[in-house]
Design a protein around this ligand. Structure first.
Ligand SMILES: Nc1ncnc2c1ncn2[C@@H]1O[C@H](COP(=O)(O)OP(=O)(O)O)[C@@H](O)[C@H]1O
Ligand SMILES: [Mg+2]
Length: 249
């Protein structure tokens, strides 16, 4: 089997300096690989380092140590950044614009040719189920609709690798099911997806493999079913508790 690696992280650490003597180790010696075409779930409670890991991968912040390779290249290469789509944890968009206007705005930032932009815009609005809400300003959107327009923005540059920070937080069960279905469809189109979540049961339903972060350390990594067997866990919550309990010894 020839599995290509979409993301390879080695020895990645991030220490935030809070003052002259106070520092936070947000990420401690993280190593992991995400295979091309898989959905990888980065799990962990609030403050465990998920967003820090994602910002490092995106090159938005600098590591204290370690290396990151995306699709075989150093993550800071411009040609790599073009292949990544990103949905931030709390995306902020202009509330008075409509969905199509938001996509136009970002499409122009990405310098997409007008024809390409028009085609992508229509396709993406359909993909995320907002094709009939074109007249509506974002201030009238539900949380689920905001999440979906965020996904459409993240997909605007037709990325190979999609990174989503807490994509289903705050969504009702129907909203999160819609997001899950959409991610499944994107995976079947060949995209690699990495998503973070502190909401375990959501990730359980969609991820091929997961990593469990706690206080900046990766405590477990693998296919959920294998991890559950290995830890004799009855469900993902149980797995989580067992892994974290074990880390305290
Ligand atoms: N810019 C920052 N400056 C200082 N500390 C930070 C900063 N961002 C995050 N942290 C700290 O780093 C740790 C990990 O945070 P974060 O990566 O946001 O976790 P998560 O996304 O899993 O909730 C937390 O202790 C948080 O308080
Ligand atoms: Mg976070």
């Amino acid at each position: 089997m020839d599995e290509k690696i979409a993301l390879k992280i080695e020895g990645l650490s991030k220490v935030y300096q809070l003052g002259r003597r106070k520092e936070v180790v947000a990420l401690d010696n993280l190593a992991l690989e995400v295979k091309q075409g898989e959905i990888f779930g980065l799990l962990g409670p609030n403050g465990s380092g998920k967003t820090t890991a994602i910002k490092l991968i995106l090159g938005l912040i600098f590591p204290s140590s370690g290396t990151i390779e995306i699709l075989g290249q150093k993550h800071t290469e411009v040609s790599v950044k073009e292949k990544i789509g990103y949905l931030p944890e709390n995306p902020y968009y202009y509330r008075y614009l409509t969905g199509p206007e938001i996509l136009n705005f970002f499409g122009r930032i990405f310098s997409l040719p007008e024809e390409t932009l028009k085609e992508r815009r229509e396709n993406l609005l359909q993909l995320v189920g907002l094709e009939n809400s074109g007249h509506l300003a974002l201030k009238h959107y539900s949380k689920g609709m905001l999440e979906r327009i965020g996904l459409a923005v993240a997909l605007l540059n037709d990325p190979e690798f999609l990174i989503l920070d807490e994509p289903t937080t705050g969504l009702d069960p129907i909203g999160s099911r819609e997001t899950r279905n959409l991610l499944g469809r994107l995976q079947s189109e060949g995209k690699t997806i990495m998503l973070s979540s502190h909401y375990l049961s959501e990730v359980e339903k969609i991820s091929n493999r997961v990593g469990i972060l706690h206080q900046g350390k990766l405590l477990a990594l693998g296919a959920l079913r294998d991890l559950m067997t290995e830890w004799k866990a009855s469900d993902i919550e149980d797995l989580f508790v067992k892994v974290i309990e074990w880390s305290k010894h």
